[in-house]
Ligand binder design. Sequence first.
Ligand code: 3PG
Ligand code: MG
Length: 402
Amino acid sequence: MALPSILQADVRGKRVLVRADLNVPVENGRVTDTTRIDRFAAGMRPLLARGARLVILTHFGRPKRGEMNPAYSVDKLRPALSRALGVEVRFSDVCADNSAVILSNALRDGEALLCENLRYNEGETDNDPAFAAELAKLGDIYVNDAFSCAHRAHASTDALARLLPAYAGPLLIEEIDALSAALEAPQKPAVAIVGGAKVSSKIAVLKNLVRKLDHVIIGGGMANTFLFASGAAMGRSLHEADQVGTVREIEALARVHGCCLHLPRDVVVAREFNAHAAHEVVPADACPQDAMILDAGPEAVAEFAAVLEDCRTILWNGPLGAFEMQPFDAATVALAQKAAELTRAGRAVSVAGGGDTVAALNAAGVAQDFTYVSTAGGAFLEWLEGRELPGIAALHAAECAA
Ligand code: 3PG
Ligand code: MG
């Protein structure tokens, strides 16, 4: 069921109350990566041009419950947001109060107001209807454009959707379309590359993926646990000895659904967990006792690349090795480049998401070559689990009620 798009609504002269995700990385009070701001703003500029009066809500970080800690003020986002929107964004130092309502009513067509961190209010994370009712006073219509917060049932993503005419924003729609194309109706064959440290944090993801896709390539610390389950020597490698049962379940589920699981056949090991530590390549079942697995080996990369060659859809979450330390980023970089090359050649659709994933693709210099890179971390994972996201469900429910 398609979501109602704000692009189809008449916005001129209306206060458009939009939930954004401007939760961006900041160092020393300055935004270090404006991706979320820029992608949000690209969708909002046409609305401003059509005379919308934007009232922007966001959270930033995780302040302690109810504490107004200035370290979490969103005022510091204003320069980057103003640049990206092409208008000088005004600021309200509260998001639920008379003064914010007055500022929202003072907006003229094509102007924008940013409200202070939603999470300064306990009512936000409590999904408190009374707090949502306060927020609702700031707008004539509501837009959720924060796909990356859609896994949170908070006042601004859930309760608020029931109080005003509710629409989906351009970035949220773009995310859902791209992710659906890769997971719900993928061009076959389809492969997922799933990396990261722990099987235990991605059990639901793996179980859902093996049901839906033809191949799943497993990398990172997670691969170690699969190797351990098949009797491989682990040395000092990160692995979860208590997840052997889970591994067996996932393997059985993959067999039932005809999904081929791929594990590295060789690995890069080192004695120290440092960049440029002395390292060697060994068979995946033969990690020396005093060493640890830090990356997939060259044979594994060649085999994984051959799987990618055969696929028309590539879904990626999580790095294959300790990618933040050279040279243990080699497998991640090589496979990212392969996925990028196949995408550029028009042979595959590639979709990636999750915090570390995007950082890894950026480090490999290929993020721009992927068909789609999600702005979402946790929400992307929950989507991969096949879960209904509360923020999306709220928009559907609001539409049914309308
Ligand atoms: C994110 O950065 O993934 C989103 O902004 C959600 O933030 P949260 O995990 O603090 O809810
Ligand atoms: Mg792209």
